[in-house]
Design a protein around this ligand. Structure first.
Ligand code: UDX
Length: 426
């Protein structure tokens, strides 16, 4: 066993099991004992298609061992992936407490020449500082950012668009790349700071693209253009590409909001105002507000009953972190509307502002408005004629994901609207 993974969340668990599937023995280190016992019973805390199967396979064949004891690192571990959270504080800076704790706990047990592989997203410049701090302990630091998207983390691990390794020497980078040698993907060896910047810049650029897409969709709603047609027309230009051109209620999740804030904050420390990234953040918040106001201006003043379909930040995941759907639903509740929500991955919810129903029919029962905020495929299969609604001609339906079958919905609900289309002729 040469490889350890510290932190068994979205990134760490997928990384640990992916590496085990590549044929390595992996030691997972997790401080949450509850999570450890669930994992040993093949019950991951996160929903990622394909992950549970990998977990039971490698726990049963003992290729994946889990512990909370850092002393296990002294048993021949050579590579340690750091996959702990780096939460963002209000001002946008990253909190590196978990990183510092993981490194402090590891270095006392690791043999010299061991390599710490930073997979957590850290502020630009972090790995260079860590590398110099750990030189005296005989430890090296490498940056190996992750590009796993939630909902597709397992296929993203085995079919990455690229494997990036930042290191002080090519020899060290190649030692780390050897772990992934059976994965066919472009490899990029670069310096530590460039590797960190690739991660932040990639996510911030994707967020910027989406803020732009959502603004164009809003313009289409006002001009009468068809946003889907506009983005289809744009996609033929391979400099724009055909991905990340779907307008929605705003971007969220555990990465984009964090990475954009951190990049803008870090740049300021170097005297650089990243106005594009800051504009993407501001635009995204304004877009969420526009979505809410467009809906309520049609719906009329509170109190009214609204069904919200979808609470997760995107389909394919159970992750509610920084979800625009929740921000919009809670804002509607704050404005006096009664909000009843359904999401296939959300059975209970801490907020008392939103009532959770466990079926679409129950959530939509006798509502004044229906707001689709997450693109779950099951929403595209809803037969609107089966919904128990007294006066459908009055009900306002707003599909912010273009997931509903618009022809059958607009037949039942004349006040059916969708993102990127004018509110006159949706
Ligand atoms: C992202 C990056 O894609 C991934 O490469 C990185 O490693 C982690 O961050 P993730 O946050 O899981 O992954 O979700 P992603 O699929 O990128 O979606 C982010 C947000 O953009 C979601 O709120 C999603 O709904 C929204 N989105 C995405 C759109 O609104 N339209 C699109 O066309 C694509």
């Amino acid at each position: 066993m040469k490889i350890a993974v510290i932190g068994l969340g979205y990134v760490g668990l997928t990384t640990a099991l992916g590496i085990a599937e590549l044929g390595h023995k992996v030691l997972g280190i997790e401080t949450d004992l509850g999570k450890i016992s669930d994992l040993l019973l093949s019950r991951p805390h996160i929903y990622e298609p394909g992950l549970t199967e990998l977990l039971s396979k490698h726990v049963n064949n003992e290729n994946f061992l889990i512990t909370d004891d850092y002393r296990e690192l002294s048993n021949g571990i050579e590579f340690v992936f750091i996959c702990v959270p780096t939460p963002t504080s209000e001002n946008g800076s990253a909190d590196l407490t978990y990183i510092d704790q993981a490194i402090a706990a590891s270095k006392q047990h690791l043999k010299k020449e061991s390599v710490l592989i930073m997979k957590s997203t850290v502020p630009i410049g972090t790995c260079t500082k860590l590398a110099s701090n750990l030189k005296n302990d005989g430890l090296s630091v490498v940056s190996n950012p992750e590009f796993l998207a939630e909902g597709t983390a397992v296929p993203d691990f085995f079919n990455p668009s690229r494997i990036v390794v930042g290191a002080e020497t090519e020899e060290l980078a190649k030692r780390v790349l050897a772990i992934f040698e059976s994965i066919v993907a472009p490899n990029l060896i670069c310096d530590l700071t460039s590797a960190e910047t690739i991660k932040h810049a990639s996510n911030s650029f994707l967020a910027l693209k989406l803020s732009f897409v959502n603004e164009v969709a809003s313009l289409c709603e006002e001009t009468g253009a068809n946003a889907e047609m506009v983005f289809h027309g744009m996609s033929f230009d391979d400099r724009i590409g055909d991905k990340f051109l779907k307008p929605g209620p705003g971007w969220g999740g555990s990465c984009f909001p964090k990475d954009t804030k951190e990049l803008a904050f870090a740049a300021k420390l170097y005297g650089i105002e990243m106005k594009t990234v800051e504009a993407a953040i501001t635009s995204n918040l304004a877009h969420m507000n526009r979505i809410k106001n467009s809906f309520t201006s049609q719906l009329g003043a509170a109190p009214k009953k609204i069904a919200v379909l979808g609470l997760t930040f995107k389909a394919g995941t159970n992750d509610l972190r920084e979800s625009p759907a929740i921000a919009i639903a809670e804002s509607l509740a704050d404005n006096g509307y009664r909000v009843v929500a359904y999401d296939p991955m959300v059975s209970k919810f801490t907020s008392d502002k939103i009532e959770i129903q466990d079926s679409i029919l129950q959530a939509c029962n006798d509502v004044d408005g229906i707001l689709v905020l997450t693109e779950w495929m099951e929403f595209s299969e809803i037969d609107p004629n089966l919904l128990d609604i007294g006066n459908p001609e009055k009900v306002v339906v707003f599909d912010t994901r273009n997931i509903l079958n618009s022809s059958i919905w607009s037949q039942r609900f004349p006040r059916f609207f969708r993102i990127g289309r004018s509110w006159q002729n949706a």
